[in-house]
Write a protein that binds this ligand. Sequence first.
Ligand SMILES: C[S@@+](CC[C@H](N)C(=O)[O-])C[C@H]1O[C@@H](n2cnc3c(N)ncnc32)[C@H](O)[C@@H]1O
Length: 209
Amino acid sequence: MDIVNPAIEAYAEEHSAAGPALLAELAEETRRHARARMLSGRHEGRFLKLVLQLCSARHAVEIGTFTGYSALSMAEALPDDGTLVTCDVDPEATAIARRYFARSPHGHKIRLVLAPALETIATLPGPFDAVFIDADKMNYGRYYQAVVDKVRPGGVILVDNTLWSGGVLAPADDETREIDALNKTMASDPRIEMVLLPLRDGVNVARRR
Ligand SMILES: C[S@@+](CC[C@H](N)C(=O)[O-])C[C@H]1O[C@@H](n2cnc3c(N)ncnc32)[C@H](O)[C@@H]1O
């Protein structure tokens, strides 16, 4: 199911900030990857950058690096001494990410940790200004619970794919049920205020109280 009419989605992307040429090159290379559908892309990447700018983020965490598109998009929003810790377990996709981090004027802000994200998060004391959750869906609830109390008041938690191609309307498998459960948890969690946006495949945007 298309969440948004494809023509509307294309119009919205064309009428949003373009982003740097390096990210366009990375998107082009990622489109040739076997799991290219995991790429967030230009529209969502510009949105992530904007949200991090709006909350004056200095220290951010990403769960799910892949080829580094969203990491580089968010790193652009950080000050020169800001940090983004990005977590993944795939050495092959993240080798692409490392190449682009090395070429970017924002790459020095990024620390890639190759290990299961829950292990990495446990080593990070916080406070975080922003967290982007975009890894294996079966751990979505655990990722959220692992970070929510490490986000400072006024900080943000973003979660990708929360509409799961519309599957959440009638969850029929464990991944979809996990995403639906997290949406329900976040909508009623008194620690945050959350809006589920129908941007691309659904993005939860939450502000820590
Ligand atoms: C949807 S992709 C991330 C896309 C990326 N954020 C972007 O916008 O281009 C999900 C990533 O999560 C990673 N992943 C899967 N299980 C993980 C785990 N337990 N810990 C950390 N990363 C994991 C996968 O290897 C994959 O690269």
